[in-house]
Design a protein around this ligand. Structure first.
Ligand code: CAO
Length: 425
């Protein structure tokens, strides 16, 4: 079966998380992703958070499926020549080096265009042009600088980062969309272009509703926030705890077993159209006609009491029992699922969202497959490459170099001269 991005060749200079998530998605969509790594060392994540000594970490394997790995020392003249040949033959170059590193490697945008005017050069940086453009950035820095941390957590606590990697994986997603759009535009113009996604911008885009609320603040308190009606609103959007970001009030409520199970909770949305059903289910039929509860505006100043009352009902059911009952009445709700529960969830296995992969040195492990499902471009999850596993294959089949030339490049040390990680340690 064909794939959406069949024929697209990607020169992948990415490392750590943000860039690799982007190129992994493109690989799942069918692109041939050639990951360039430093000889002996490779992507730093191969050795980070290692659970099995000497084996590529899950950090690496779960971000680099379906790619090929070639080791090249970009500082070696022969290595540079190989990189230039790859630039000439690929469609897209993706990188997430610290600002300036690609230029220092000799691949300024001008040089890339000289080598290949059809090249799309896609970059993740921490910040766009501005006061912080030269800064190195990791996930949590982006969450803090993009507005997520200041709006996450409880009002009486410090700013909080979230476990969802909205800075890294979120920006990788944005970048993948930019690349696909640039490829589409190139069909009409014949020209490549630069695609830039700053992590701060990506996080802010995902925090769009909070900038909405910042502007609503000028017109009075945010009545769906837990600070209303008793708390104070300052000049900036406060942390809203578990309140819903939309027009329907919601909160996380305890379910049966919460005393011992940290995930025995349910997210409950008191959606207006099903208010009467909620009242019946929780045993408060009188709220259907009581003027203090019957209409949404009357409920807003009483949300804490309402959710406390609903919680009393939820605490008599497990989160799954509550789900079954509430769904019968179309009451929007969701169980708080642990990673253990998600890993074991058979429906996610059936759709390929959770996949078991076999790896030659690690054995079997679980990963998250492609969350984007195309009906005519089915993703197969293939294990991540070992360091430099495809070096010879790429020189031979992609660059069409003959054995004499390959031997010459190898002799120069371009494919393996730098110290190994073990030696470096
Ligand atoms: N051959 C030779 N040199 C190579 C090479 C190769 N194949 N691959 C990388 N290098 C060199 C680069 O040229 C660079 O050298 P110089 O800085 O001396 O020019 C160096 O290796 C490493 O680049 P780096 O500065 O990007 O790496 P770092 O570990 O110091 O920083 C990070 C990591 C993530 C903070 C930084 O890359 C960054 O800010 N990236 C942009 C934002 C981003 O993507 N952050 C998310 C990371 S995931 O949490």
């Amino acid at each position: 079966m064909s794939k959406a991005l069949d024929g697209v060749k990607i020169l992948d200079f990415t490392h750590v998380q943000s860039g690799p998530t982007c190129t992994q998605l493109l690989a799942w969509l069918g692109a041939d992703v050639i990951k360039v790594e430093r000889p002996g060392v490779g992507d730093i994540t191969r050795g980070q958070l290692q659970d099995i000594k000497g084996v590529d970490s899950l950090y690496f394997t779960m971000l680099n499926h379906n790619k090929r790995s070639i080791t090249i020392d970009g500082r070696n003249p022969q290595g540079k020549a190989v990189l230039e040949a790859l630039v000439k033959t690929c469609d897209v170059m993706v990188e997430n080096f610290a600002p300036g590193a690609l230029d220092r490697m000799g691949f300024s945008w001008e040089r890339v265009q000289e080598l290949n005017p059809r090249m799309i050069l896609a970059s993740v940086k921490g910040f766009g042009p501005g006061p912080y453009e030269d800064c190195k950035v990791y996930e949590n820095v982006a969450q803090c600088a993009g507005g997520a941390a200041s709006t996450t957590g409880f009002d009486d606590g410090p700013p909080l980062v979230t476990g969802a990697q909205i800075g890294d994986s979120g920006t990788g997603l944005h970048l993948a969309l930019g690349i696909v759009a640039a490829l589409y535009q190139r069909n009409a113009t014949g020209r490549g272009q630069k695609v830039l996604c700053a992590m701060q911008d990506g996080v802010l885009n995902l925090c769009r509703v909070k900038l909405r609320d910042q502007q609503r603040l000028a017109h009075g308190p945010l009545t769906e926030y837990p600070q209303y009606p008793d708390g104070e609103f300052g000049e900036a959007v406060p942390r809203a705890g578990n309140a819903s970001g939309g027009g329907q009030p919601g909160w996380i409520l305890k379910c049966k077993g919460w005393e011992t199970d940290p995930n025995a909770y349910i997210y409950f949305i008191a959606q207006a159209p099903v208010w009467e059903a909620i009242c019946d289910v929780i045993g408060k039929p009188e709220w259907k006609t009581d003027p203090d509860y019957a209409k949404p505006p009357a409920r807003l100043p009483r949300l804490k009491h309402i959710f406390n009352t609903i919680e009393q009902w939820c605490m008599t059911k497990t989160k799954f029992e509550a789900m079954d009952i509430l769904n019968k009445y179309d009451i929007p709700c969701g169980p708080i699922l642990s990673m253990k529960e998600l890993a074991e969830e058979q429906s996610l296995r059936a759709t390929g969202t959770v996949v078991e992969v076999d790896h030659p040195t690690r054995g079997k492990y679980l990963t998250v497959g492609n969350p984007i499902k195309l009906s005519d471009s089915i993703s197969e999850v293939k294990r991540s490459p070992l360091l430099g596993e495809h070096t010879d294959e790429i020189l031979r089949d992609v660059l069409r170099l003959d054995e004499a030339r390959i031997t010459e490049i190898k002799a120069s040390g371009a494919l393996g001269a730098t110290p190994t990680r073990a030696a470096a340690e």
